[in-house]
Structures are given as C-alpha cells and as structure tokens.
Design a protein around this ligand. Sequence first.
Ligand code: NPW
Ligand code: K
Length: 512
Amino acid sequence: MPSAFPLEILTTDQMARADRLTIESGVPAMSLMESAAVAIARATSQILQRTSGRRVLVLCGPGNNGGDGFVAARLLRAQRYKVRVASLTPLDQLRGDAAQAAAAWPCPVSSALECSFDGIDLAIDALFGTGLARDLDSNASALVRRLNRWRRESGQNVVAVDIPSGVDGTTGAVRGAAVEADATVTFFRVKTGHLLLPGRLHCGALTCAHIGIRPSALDSLAVETFVNMPQLWRAALPLPQVDGHKYSRGHALVVSGGASFTGAARLSAAAALRAGAGLVTLASPIEALAVNASALTSVMVRPADGAKGLAKVLSDERKNAVAIGPGLGVSEESCAQVETALAPQAYRRAAVLDADALSSFAGDPERLWRATRAAPGPVVMTPHAGEFARLFAACESDCGCRSKLDKAREAARASGAVVLFKGADTVVAAPDGRASILPYATPWLATAGSGDVLTGVIAGLLAQRMDGFLAASCAAWMHARAAEIFGPGLIADDIIAALPQVWRELCAAQQK
Ligand SMILES: NC(=O)C1=CN([C@@H]2O[C@H](COP(=O)(O)OP(=O)(O)OC[C@H]3O[C@@H](n4cnc5c(N)ncnc54)[C@H](OP(=O)(O)O)[C@@H]3O)[C@@H](O)[C@H]2O)[C@@H](O)CC1
Ligand SMILES: [K+]
C-alpha cells in the first residue's frame, strides 16, 4: 500500500488554476517554489543518508520545474552536499521565477546535454513538470535515456521533482521518453498522470508535499477524481449492526454457468458472503445443480435454467443484488439472462455484470445500454481492457490521446452504469462524473478467478445497499489489499480467505 495521499486528484490544468488562485490571493510564487524545493531537498537527503551518498547532480529544465531544481540545489549545498547543476536551457533564456532561482545559485552551471554522471550518488530530475506541453525533442529524449541508463547501471537513485520528466501529468502517457525515478515528490495534490499507467511505473515512491496552497483553492475546481483509498468510501462502508439480522445485510444472487463452468460463479458467491452479504444464493442450471450443491455449504443453490428460470428465482424481492457473467458463456441466452437480471422492478435491485455478461453484447452494445439505463438499481460493469475495447469501441477509436480515466468516464456516461475498468491502475467511473483511481496493485492478482472474486465482493457490498460507485471502488481496494496481505503464490481462493483480515484492518481504523 502506498503512503496516504490527499483524496483529490487533479489534472495539470486544475493544478495550474490552484497555483494561480493561490498567487492571486497574495502568496508569493517564490514562496511556493521555496517550499517545493524544501520538500525535494528533504526527500533527497533522506535517501542520501540511507545510501551514505554525498554527490548530487541536479538536471534543470526551462520552466519552474527547473526553478525548483535550482532552489533545491542551493538548499542541499547549504547542507554540505556536493552539488552540481546542469541546465537544458542557456541560463539567459530562463524567465520569471526560474530565472530568479537560477540567479541565486552561486556556482557554475554546465549544459545538461553534455553533462557527465561520473561520481554522482543521486540525480534530481527537474527537467519538466506539469508544464510539459508536447513530446520531448531528440535532445531531451537522449538526455532522459542517458539518465535512465546511468540509474540502471550504477544502481543509484533518481528523485523526480513533481513528476518524472516526459510523463504527461494528466494522462500518464510517456511523451517520447520519460525518466525512471526512485522517488517522486509532488505538490499539494497528486495528478492523474501519477496514478495512471505507465506514469505510475515511472514515479517510484510517490509522496505529496504541502507547499502553502490552501485546500480552499479546490473550491472552484469541481474536482471529481479521487484516490481510491478508505477515506473515499469509509463512511459508506456497511458494518453489521448489533440489532441486525441476515436479511438486513442483503441477499445476493449469483448466476452460475453450465456443468463444466461452475467454479467462477462459486468464487463470486463465496466472495459475496465474505464481503458481508447476509445471504448468497447461486442460481444454477439444472445440469449443474449436483456439482454446485456438493461444492458449497454456506451458499444456497437454487435451480434456474435460462432467462425464465432466472426470472423465477428473482421474483423473491429480498434478492436485492445480482452478479452475472463469470462462467456464463457467450450466447444469445446469456444476453436474455442479463436483460432479466436488469429488468425494471418495483423495488431496487442492484447488479454487477462481468466477463461473458459483457462479451455476449459485443456485437450490439446499445442493446446492453438500453438494459443498464432502465435497470431498477445501481449497475456496475467490470471490463478488463479486452472486454472494454469490445464493448466501448466508440470510446476507444480516437487519436489515442485519451486516458483510461477519460475512457471509463465516457463509458459510464454512455451506459448509465458504474464502469470499473480493471488493470494495474483500476479506474472506477460513475455516470454522474465521479471517478476513482486505485493507486496500487500487486502483480500476483493476475491469476485465474481473481476477477470472479472481485465481482462477488461488489455484489456483496451492493446487497448491503452501498452506493454503486463507492461499492465498486471499495471492492477494488479490498481485493487489492487482500492480495497484498496474502502476497506471493496467491490464487483466487486466497483473496477470499484474506478478506476477513482486510475487514479487521478497516474496522480497527474505524474505531480509532
Ligand atoms: N503549480 C504550482 O503550484 C507550483 C509549481 N511548481 C513547479 O512548477 C512546475 C510547472 O512549471 P511550468 O509551468 O513552468 O512548467 P515546466 O514543467 O517547468 O515546463 C514548462 C517549460 O518547458 C517547456 N516545454 C514544455 N514541453 C516541452 C518539451 N516537450 N520540450 C521542450 N520544452 C518544453 C515550456 O516551453 P513552451 O511550451 O512555453 O515553449 C516551458 O518553458 C511544476 O511542475 C513544479 O515543479 C513549484 O515551483 C511550486 C508551485
Ligand atoms: K521532473
């Protein structure tokens, strides 16, 4: 788990506006730059104390990111580190605060294009920050590649100022080439590009420093993107009440596939129970009843063949959340079952659609949107990249410059459903514009059945009447945390087994 961040995530435009508002309110820009540099110098000296290093190279670019670099160089020199500065731009071409910061650096400055890394213990990347406006040119790209090669070959550390140079602060894309940092110190709030891939992989350990921008600067920014961490959904977390009973904790229904494909739905069902649903029923094709029943104890099994059978089981209105898709099979019959699960009702029933429940509509996604828009309760869809591309071709077919976050938001608007776009940077987007980004994932989660467990956790939380966006965000976090707790060698069943420990942690934090 990464260190905690403030909840709001900004685009680079929003950050620039927060910066402008702060300066207009009377905080000198130079004071923000000094505070930023203090945070950089602190992070740098912590690493150098650990590695017993003394010699620092600061690479400065043409804007205020470079300005932060010049100030940090001065502060580190004052702490008796041996500091060299190299600039990408001739000093007489620097403007404003960056020029002022460079003027206060008392030693010679070499050209970054020709600088040597010989004898350096740590490099500070202050080339480009949130003002990166286009791909790096060949000179800057060559410098970045040289820096990355030096880091890999020497094993020394790179600290990035604000964001690794070359990473787009809003989309997380690499603009030609990008610095690989061991630590990144950003300011005020993290940016979307820090958490979306590939940007996140370039950041190393990411921290966010306070530099004197007041939280009230957020008031006019209409921030709708949040770090997916417990602060986002803790207040909505369903906890069992002393005077509650199993029905007050909701009843999730999981739809099973045919006799040879039952494991996926059983994983979802067990996960829904562990997520706190009071009851879980597996709706099973008659041919698979025996295999399902013999493999389950706390999950009930009911016969349900096709859409008609499902409609019958769902006529019990206490079944207030349905999970459908894992092991279902891609077919017209699956489409009909999904439509049954989403059919308008007099009472609120939530649904989570995964895997084959999505792929079955690949030829006609509009048909699915009609059903999701008409559904009587919140609907969560959980596509991975392949499923997303098949279903949301309209969100994909563009210049390639839209981020995963943009695509998920657009998909949520088109379908009227919460879209949980899976991956190592899982994004959850709601039709009302809210979105969350999960700041971490363990590679061990890439294992068979892992997605089925996630589906079940969402269903379990939805059954407890959690808001769709918060339930999907919370489930993604719990799923990742469970995998992290278990660690290497993880299989899907272990995620379910680790969920009680996740609950214990969440409850302990709740009681503090
Ligand atoms: N926000 C805050 O509150 C605070 C922000 N602070 C710091 O300021 C940083 C943002 O500063 P910034 O706006 O000056 O942008 P920055 O990233 O230095 O680069 C802009 C320069 O690069 C140029 N340029 C762009 N792309 C290029 C390319 N591909 N290849 C070559 N050149 C390129 C661009 O030129 P132009 O596009 O105008 O031609 C311009 O000259 C931020 O990351 C943080 O470190 C702190 O001081 C504390 C408070
Ligand atoms: K940088």
